[in-house]
Every structure is written in structure tokens, then in C-alpha cells.
Design a protein around this ligand. Structure first.
Ligand code: FPP
Length: 246
């Protein structure tokens, strides 16, 4: 929860009409570090702390789903040292999450092809999945790792083709297709936040964001805090969601 001092300064939001699902592209770690004359990896370390703060806060105010882009299918092109640091941070974060998931009522899911990750990371992912099965309410955090939105859609189409071939399914609609995506069973994001100044989706949840409200800010992810989250939610609460109607 916000401290008393913080609640005085946090931009006002309507707690009764929060977005159910927030998606975040955690961008700007590298630039944050560069501006301070630090290696890019320092930006990821700081970005991981921001993730912890924002995830805990979302959970404390009752956001049901939080989906974050941690590593895309394209991020493998980065220098090996940077990839190794992100994977190490992910492992540390998972260990920390595992220790508190049941008590904090946080379910963790992974979106993306995690089969290529290290055996240690896969073991941690399996453990979070196992613990998540016993947590029915609370907040669900979806961590996108080795995730690409188009790859997700192709994977779903392949799964569909298999089902048709084996005769288990032959009629396809949007709900049926959505059920073949990593995000099966959860509502689409209401609000997508991209810090870091870029205004694009970068292959993040292209199917699921068809009607999502988008919020862009120049603040770099390591500097993103509860006030910034409130600002994003306040902007969302000003929007008029029409879903194609009037
Ligand atoms: C984008 O900033 C950030 C990433 C590619 C990595 C995000 C990963 C973490 C915050 C750590 C691990 C994740 C979790 C869930 C604990 P950038 O490097 O592209 O920044 P730039 O645009 O300034 O270069």
C-alpha cells in the first residue's frame, strides 16, 4: 500500500473502477543506465526493482491481472552479457516470488516459448506453475519471456490445425481461437502502459490489445513509480470505451 506521505501526493484515481488487467512494456532500462554513465545491465537491475514495486502495488489495490514484457523473441540479438543479466534477474525474481506467492496470493504464468531457457529457469517456472495451481483468488502476474505476439498467433493456428486434423474440432470462432493463446482464460488488457518514450506495441499482445486503451509516457521504466501508475490509471479512467459502438 502507499504510505501516508505518498497517498497525499499520488494523483487521484477512482478505486472503484480500476482496470481489471494492466499490461506493461518495461522499456527504457538501457537509456536510464546510460544517462547515469552506468552499464545497461544496471538499468535492468533497477527495472527489476520497479517491477517488484509496481507488481506489489497492483496487487495491493486489487488489480486482478498484470502482464509484463520481460524478454521478446528479438531480445536474443542483444550482447550475451546483457541477455545473461536479464535471465539471472528473472531467476532471482522467481526465487523471491516463489517464497511469497502463497502468502501474497499471487499466481504467476509465463507467456512465450520457455522451452529454450536454462534448466534452472525451467525448474523455477515449473515450481511457480505448481504453486499457482493452489492459489484461486488474488492477483495473476503474467511474465512474457521469449514472447512474440505473431509467434503466439502462429502457434495457436498450428494447434488449431492439429485439432482439425485429429477431428476434435472443426468450427472456429474468436473465443475458440483466443483459448489457444497463452492468455486463454483471462480477460484482455484494459490498459497497456509503455514507458520509455516509444509509441508502438513491438509485437506485444497484438491479438489481446484489439480494444485496449494505450498509455505512453516518456518516463523511463526504472523511474516509473506508483505516481506514474496512478497517472496512467487516471488517464484510462477519462477514456470512453466504445468497442466500436456509440
Ligand atoms: C527494455 O528496456 C527492457 C528489457 C528488454 C528487459 C526487461 C527486463 C527486466 C526489467 C528484468 C527481468 C524481468 C522481470 C519480470 C523481473 P531496454 O533495454 O530496451 O531499454 P532502452 O530502450 O533504453 O535500451
Amino acid at each position: 500500500m502507499a504510505t501516508a506521505k505518498e497517498s497525499r501526493v499520488l494523483p487521484e484515481i477512482d478505486m472503484a473502477h480500476l482496470p481489471q488487467h494492466i499490461a506493461i512494456i518495461m522499456d527504457g532500462n538501457g537509456r536510464w543506465a546510460k544517462r547515469r554513465g552506468l552499464p545497461r545491465t544496471a538499468g535492468h537491475i533497477s527495472g527489476t526493482k520497479t517491477f517488484r514495486t509496481i507488481a506489489k502495488y497492483c496487487q495491493s489495490i486489487g488489480i486482478r491481472y498484470l502482464t509484463v514484457y520481460a524478454f521478446s523473441t528479438e531480445n536474443w540479438k542483444r550482447p550475451q552479457e546483457e541477455v545473461d543479466t536479464i535471465m539471472r534477474l528473472l531467476g532471482e525474481k522467481l526465487e523471491e516470488l516463489i517464497a511469497s506467492m502463497v502468502e501474497d496470493k499471487v499466481r504467476v504464468k509465463f507467456f512465450g516459448d520457455v522451452s529454450v531457457l536454462s534448466p534452472r529457469l525451467r525448474a523455477l517456472i515449473d515450481r511457480t506453475a505448481e504453486l499457482s495451481r493452489s492459489i484461486v483468488d488474488g492477483c495473476q502476474v503474467n511474465i512474457c519471456v521469449n514472447y512474440g505476439g505473431r509467434a503466439e498467433i502462429v502457434r495457436a493456428a498450428q494447434r488449431w490445425a492439429e485439432m482439425v486434423k485429429s477431428g476434435t474440432e472443426n468450427e472456429l470462432d474468436e473465443a475458440g481461437f483466443g483459448a489457444l493463446l497463452y492468455s486463454a482464460d483471462i480477460p484482455d488488457p484494459d490498459l497497456l502502459i509503455r514507458p520509455g518514450g516509444e509509441q508502438r506495441l513491438s509485437n506485444f499482445l497484438p491479438w489481446q490489445t484489439a480494444y485496449t486503451e494505450l498509455y505512453f509516457t516518456d518516463v523511463l521504466w526504472p523511474d516509473f513509480d506508483r505516481s506514474e501508475l496512478h497517472r496512467a490509471i487516471a488517464a484510462y479512467q477519462q477514456r470512453n470505451r466504445r468497442y466500436g459502438g456509440l
